[in-house]
Design a protein around this ligand. Sequence first.
Ligand code: 8YV
Length: 321
Amino acid sequence: MKVFVSFWLPEAPIAILRQKHTVVMNEEQRVLPQDELIAGLADADAMLCVGSRVDKTVLDAVGPKLKIIANWGVGYNNIDAEYAATKGIMVTNTPDVLTETTADLSWAILMAVARRVVEADKYVRAGDFVGFKPFAMLGADVWGKTIGIIGYGRIGQAVGRRAKGFGMRVLYHNRKPVADDPSGAEYTDIDSLLKESDFVSLYVPLSDETRHLIDAKRLALMKPSAFLVNISRGPVVDEQALVDALKAKTIAGAALDVFEKEPEVTKELLTMSNVVLTPHIGSGSWETRTNMAHVSVKNIIAALDGQTPPNLVNKPVGPRG
Ligand code: 8YV
């Protein structure tokens, strides 16, 4: 059967697909425009979706054989999974494999903004380090502070576990309190979390409910000494409201791996030294991004063998193709 892969992926997982199926892969390092995506899907039985937007228009145009869209990523807001279900198309994602790697980057950018690592690196490279200055380039302590984690799923909890190593108090907000949570994290409402935390860190999926969850009103609840970390999805934060809060110094800084209009970044952020910016690399280690492809491949093979794929996220109506 034909599997369409929308962006180049490493050979090891793709070789497994090739043992049973014909793989047609976009070999270029570019996200395909909609017309090329539709053309690639015309006679495909499966799609391995890497960063492509699969909306109603694409789903209305796909060929009759398409059974599964295996998203390479845990977040699948790029795919209209509910609409796909009405057409009998399965949608899967890649949970678990990327949890720890994403939690690591979250800490990397949190520490970087608190301790001014990026600024300090620039300072040394510019030749400005001409003598030790005890009170230059000072940052904020991380250890012993309070971190507020919004979205306490797999990644949020992995971040919470790491916080314990820094002797921090961990607050979290989630749709529901997590049962049997061994970490000692405290469940709180979102506004109390914003008021009490020194670091506010976001791990919610993007939905109508979470779009602009962090808006001007909520930013205003944060302490002037607090930092915001976003590694979830850009539109969870009202980026202009964040710029305004940073300019007004009502918060101390931000570390962002995702952006509201990605890959566009609000210009003012680029000039702010109390902001650390990374290009959506939360899961970005070679091992993890390869393992994500292995998970997508497993889901496709199961679906094409007539089984329920392990990471199904929608409820397709009846079989297809
Ligand atoms: C992916 C991610 O790289 O898994 C996710 O949700 O954000 C990343 O790991 C991204 O989704 C690819 O578009």
